[in-house]
Design a protein around this ligand. Structure first.
Ligand SMILES: [Zn+2]
Length: 318
């Protein structure tokens, strides 16, 4: 039974993705706000409708949406709402929630260049033309307005925006100072570590983002806020946030050191490391596992433990 607690109602929606259910949050601000909307599936829409009925509400009552980030499990269902619904989020949501042909081509080109650098064999390059299909459960609509660091969303004057890139370049969290409640998106989850996904550079930028380094910075940034509890994009709330952040950072370091030890033995390409890290899934989930592998190398480079050759594909050495 969905109910209000501290002016927030947690709505859990089914998704067609391996991650399972996604959480959206209704907030009773000056405007009734839904934070994230779920994927574009009939099941998810029915589930939202039923859970809102528990509160004597319907999706029609929602006055605005705030997106924590652009991923289809969080944003896709926007397509089921009337076009007049106001949607707010970080500007970097736009290229994903309202993708243009130019963006699809840029994305393909970006990964093509990096697949060469990573030593990905030719047989996998056909994946690149299928990238746009990963947006099947996503939406096609624009943001009404932008939310960036320090802003208070219209109609949510108790809440401030904290930019938390890493898992997605577009990711933000919402923080309410008066009781220390955080809505964290997928920055940190109680049961799993979110993937540091590779994305093309933001418009006007030349270098690719280093999502794991951003993710670690975003987690460290949260340590400076007096957070009492965090509502997350998947699974249960987190009460002891700082302990969990420390645990995640330690575990992350250990994982990278496994790769470091391999690189002490021999020079390897990103693809070769990916095969070792994910022997049973790399073929099926190449984009995910490559992102995860690059993350380890970005981290080891940032702490000065490894270097790479200038040849293509690049070979890494400890
Ligand atoms: Zn996500």
């Amino acid at each position: 039974m969905t109910k209000w607690k501290d002016g927030i109602a947690k709505i859990t929606l089914p998704t067609p993705f391996p991650v399972g259910d996604v959480n959206a949050y209704l907030i009773q601000g000056e405007r009734l706000t839904l934070v994230d909307v779920g994927p574009k599936t009939e099941e998810s829409w029915h589930s939202l409708t039923e859970q809102m009925a528990d509160l004597q509400l319907s999706p029609k009552d929602i006055e605005q949406v705030v997106l924590t980030h652009h991923h289809p499990d969080h944003a896709g269902m926007l397509d089921f709402f009337p076009p007049s619904l106001e949607v707010y989020g970080h500007p970097l949501n736009e290229r994903w929630i309202h993708p243009t042909e130019t963006f699809f081509q840029e994305q393909e080109e970006f990964f093509k260049v990096y697949f060469h650098e990573f030593g990905v064999p030719a047989e996998y390059f056909s994946l690149l033309s299928k990238l746009r299909k990963t947006l099947k459960y996503s939406c096609d609509r624009s943001l009404t307005g932008h939310l960036v660091e320090g802003m208070r969303p219209h109609g949510l004057s108790d809440w401030q925006v904290i930019e938390t890139p890493g898992h997605a370049q577009s990711q933000i969290a919402l923080f309410r100072e008066k009781d220390g409640i955080l809505i964290a998106g997928d920055l940190i989850l109680a049961h799993i570590s979110p993937n540091p996904l590779l994305e093309p550079p933001a418009p006007g930028e030349l270098e690719r983002p280093k999502p794991l380094l951003q993710h670690n910075d975003s987690m460290n940034k949260l340590l400076s806020y007096p957070i009492q509890s965090a509502y997350t994009g998947h699974g249960e709330e987190i009460i002891q946030l700082s302990e969990l952040i420390e645990k995640r950072l330690t575990r992350q370091h250990e994982r990278a050191m496994t790769v470091y030890n391999w690189l002490k033995e021999e020079d390897l390409t990103v693809f070769e490391i990916c095969q070792r890290l994910f022997p049973t899934v790399y073929q099926r989930e190449l984009m995910l596992t490559i992102s995860e592998t690059v993350a380890q190398l970005d981290y080891l480079s940032s702490i000065g433990e490894i270097s790479s050759s200038v040849s293509m594909p690049k070979r890494y050495q400890a």
